[in-house]
Design a protein around this ligand. Structure first.
Ligand SMILES: [Zn+2]
Length: 147
């Protein structure tokens, strides 16, 4: 229910774990252990978390079904607008990206990308390379609305 939200929060540079399928109990324990805030549209999950007082769970009930409004809610609720750091985190594994000098990107990206893009970043975990290209410009337009 909040997969797109998770992806967008990562895109904005935030540390987000996302589980498509996980037992509520396990999720609540993980969140407590990793000091994460549970973002969910599931009332029942929040109720369950609240009952685990010893874990001091932090939760936010996501109100909207639309991802744009979900992102707005989270940024507003936690006052995150000034902490937005786009394209600093891997969308797949949530790892912080490392700057990749253009010379080292040559063999890691398609030739046309190497020609056109100037800025590259590498995910140390999965090895994916991200770059600023046309796709990035479309994304920046979308991102602009959250600033
Ligand atoms: Zn990665």
């Amino acid at each position: 229910m909040v997969g797109k939200l998770a992806r967008w929060l990562r895109l904005l540079g935030f540390d987000v774990s996302y589980y498509k399928k996980i037992e509520d109990e396990k999720l609540i324990e993980l969140a407590a252990k990793e000091r994460r805030i549970i973002l969910t549209r599931d009332h029942e999950l929040i109720n369950k978390a609240m009952k685990k007082k010893s874990l001091k769970p932090r939760t936010l009930l996501i109100e909207s079904e639309r991802w744009e409004e979900q992102v707005d809610q989270v940024l507003g609720h936690f006052k995150l607008h000034k902490k937005i750091d786009p394209n600093s985190r891997c969308l797949e594994c949530n790892e912080k990206l490392k700057y990749l000098p253009k010379s080292r990107a040559k063999n890691l990206v398609p030739p046309f990308v190497f020609e056109k893009a100037d800025s590259f970043a590498l995910c140390p975990s999965c090895g994916r390379v991200f770059w600023k290209g046309t796709h990035f410009k479309d994304m920046e337009k979308k991102l602009a609305r959250f600033k």
